[in-house]
Design a protein around this ligand. Structure first.
Ligand SMILES: Cc1cc2nc3c(=O)[nH]c(=O)nc-3n(C[C@H](O)[C@H](O)[C@H](O)COP(=O)(O)OP(=O)(O)OC[C@H]3O[C@@H](n4cnc5c(N)ncnc54)[C@H](O)[C@@H]3O)c2cc1C
Length: 402
């Protein structure tokens, strides 16, 4: 190890999930000399584990009300659509789009029908009813109407890769355990961290934590108010094999009974990622119980789909957010500024743009520093995390579960 001279940056960001990368891009375009420090692969955790739906708030209006969450998110599908088409910065046109829209169908209860009506209140991505001949075969046998909602589904790995390529010079892969902050009343004065064989020191004007669940430990290290974050666990389910392509939600009243998103794995097999209520229910169950419960739910909400020759796996993942009094999901993005340290939680990937602009609004103007990132050319750079279906070791056949 050899210590190098301190390098000054306007902003040092910790955490290269979608939130940190979007922010880094926005700050770089605005003339800030900014650096992002990642301790693992980019997107590790929520961004890679997410279902990739660019929500427009529909699922927050299923009770029939335009909630705070729905208001915060309703402009996001249009903004993302423009970025994904390369018509607006950041240019995300290399992101793979898994679906242009989601479907929404319901179970037979009256309450679920009311939910569908409530869902149309005040939103920009409103559901439109599909004609009988447009309803996909997978939904044959489902009672009632099927709606289409213009919420795109993205492959989050290619979204992260898109930003990685553009921002590579400003990314640093560092060893989390080596991290030290030098703190004062102003906040963080200096950052010391090991990257590869070297020990680096940074002098930041401002520091931003967008490290998802890593924000808690980072805040502790920076001696900031403890207990500001909550983790809400999910036990997500993966299905693999002869499945139809399907992206959407089965709603029952104000509840999303199951959310299904589809992809193709590296061996060209169809993957379903299953979330919603089944993943909430699975939190207290082991993988086999969770899969068995999910199979029962799928038989009820998709009676026309044959599940007999499918392989199944699960993954546990926490949603990291600012703490709420009752432990429920916070409405919209959450940002906390303490001295020169800003902590941010997007709550939804659809809200990355909003989080970036809220954080930028809290920063001083760029100082005119130039070329700090050029000192980092020879240091290790983070790669992009693999999606959960590429990292599961244990898959269960339907026969093993039944
Ligand atoms: C299962 C699931 C499905 C979801 N589906 C959707 C969806 O369909 N649509 C939607 O809008 N939202 C969805 N969300 C929510 C969304 O995924 C998250 O709000 C969003 O991805 C959070 O992004 P982030 O960048 O803040 O955090 P993360 O994606 O968790 O990224 C944190 C990054 O920080 C790094 N890190 C951690 N500690 C440190 C440290 N000490 N130093 C440096 N780096 C560190 C990690 O390695 C990681 O790269 C879903 C969430 C989950 C869990």
């Amino acid at each position: 190890m050899f210590p190098l001279s301190p390098i000054s940056f306007d902003v040092v960001i910790f955490g290269g999930g979608g939130a940190g990368l979007w922010l880094l891009d926005e700050l770089t375009r605005a003339g800030y000399e900014a650096l992002l420090i990642e301790c693992s692969a980019l997107g590790t955790g929520q961004t890679i584990g997410a279902q990739g739906i660019i929500h427009g708030g529909l699922k927050y209006t299923l009770g029939g009300m335009l909630t705070g969450s729905a208001t915060a998110i309703r402009d996001m599908p249009t903004l993302w659509r423009q970025c994904l088409a390369g018509e607006r910065a950041p240019d995300l046109s290399k992101t793979r789009i898994r679906a242009e829209a989601c479907l929404m169908w319901r179970t037979a209860s009256i309450s679920s029908q009311l939910g569908m009506l409530g869902a149309r209140v005040g939103l920009k991505a409103r559901p439109s009813k599909l004609a009988a001949d447009q309803i996909p075969g997978a939904l044959a046998g489902c009672p009632g109407e099927v709606f289409k909602v213009d919420e795109q589904v993205i492959d989050t790995a290619s979204f992260v890769e898109c930003l990685r390529v553009r921002l590579c010079d400003r990314l640093l892969l560092a060893n989390k355990d080596s991290l030290e902050f030098e703190c004062s009343l102003r906040g963080i004065e200096a950052i010391r961290v090991a990257a590869g064989e070297s020990e680096l020191t940074f002098q930041p004007q401002a520091v931003v934590f967008t490290a998802g669940a890593g924000n808690g430990p980072l805040r502790e290290l920076a001696r900031l108010t403890p207990g500001l974050m909550q983790l809400r666990p999910l036990h997500m389910i993966l299905a693999r094999g002869g499945l139809p392509e399907l992206n959407g939600h089965c709603v029952d009243g104000a509840r999303t009974r199951v959310t299904i998103t589809s992809d193709i794995d590296s061996d060209n097999r169809r993957i379903w990622q299953l979330g919603g209520q089944v993943a909430e229910d699975g939190v207290t169950m082991n993988p086999v119980e969770t899969i068995s419960h999910t199979m029962t739910e799928l038989q009820a909400v998709l009676p026309g789909v044959d599940l007999s020759e499918i392989d199944w796996a699960t993954y546990r993942i926490d949603r990291a957010e600012i703490r709420t009094e009752d432990g429920s999901r916070p409405e919209g993005v959450q940002v906390k500024k303490e001295g020169n340290v800003i902590t941010g939680w997007p709550t939804k990937l659809a809200l990355f743009p909003l989080l970036a602009s809220e954080i930028k609004a809290l920063l001083d103007e760029p100082s005119g520093l130039d070329n700090s990132a050029s000192h980092l050319q020879s240091f290790p750079k983070p790669s992009v995390a693999l999606p959960p279906w590429e990292t599961r070791e244990r898959w269960f056949s339907s026969k093993e579960i039944n």
